[in-house]
Design a protein around this ligand. Sequence first.
Ligand code: URA
Length: 233
Amino acid sequence: MAEYRLDKFLALNGVGTRSQVKELIRKGLIRINGEAAKKPEQKIDPQKDQITAEGRILNFSETVYYMLHKPAGVITATDDKRHQTVMDLLEEKRTDLFPVGRLDIDTEGLLLITNDGETGHRLLSPKRHVDKTYYVETDSPIPSDAGERFAAGLDLGDFTSMPAHFELLSPNSGKLTIHEGKFHQVKRMFEAVGTTVVYLKRLTMGPLVLDETLEKGAYRKLTETEVEAIRTI
Ligand code: URA
């Protein structure tokens, strides 16, 4: 496990802001393995060192994982001047959390938010081709050859999509599973076969499946099984 600056570790544990934490250290109220901590910048290893704040042992769970049901109208970013971001939907204001991948402002559905950079990058790595399934509605009937063309791979100008799986659900809706995650990929694939996406919702990402009991804008921690599944892909 990584080492942390003491003040960052304390802030992440909700002990206080960096300046409050500094004050607690100055007063000798933070102890590392029984000894009063001296400097906010000193390094600690949460797995080896026992840290207490005013006598309370801090059991730091280093990584956190949230499944968010992203609503439309919210942007996938950590900070934005004009729009509400997905991070604004979380009660927890940890500064090390980030969304794994991007959904367009009008796209809904599954979004993973974590502070586990390694797993996040693995899920997004172009080399791993982590599957993502989207539910799609279009403004006109989906052409009958769309499934075949998605399966063959589509030339989208700057890249050719990998063979994708399409399941037609009604004349204007279906489920598309893609293996990469390029900018506006699903919308561009439907444009390429002659129809326009009017509603898009991500249902899965690798082993993660959107929990349909989550209302739009709601989130929950991943279960241990889900964490295990994404950490081992
Ligand atoms: N493809 C898109 O076009 N938009 C998204 O938000 C996700 C995939």
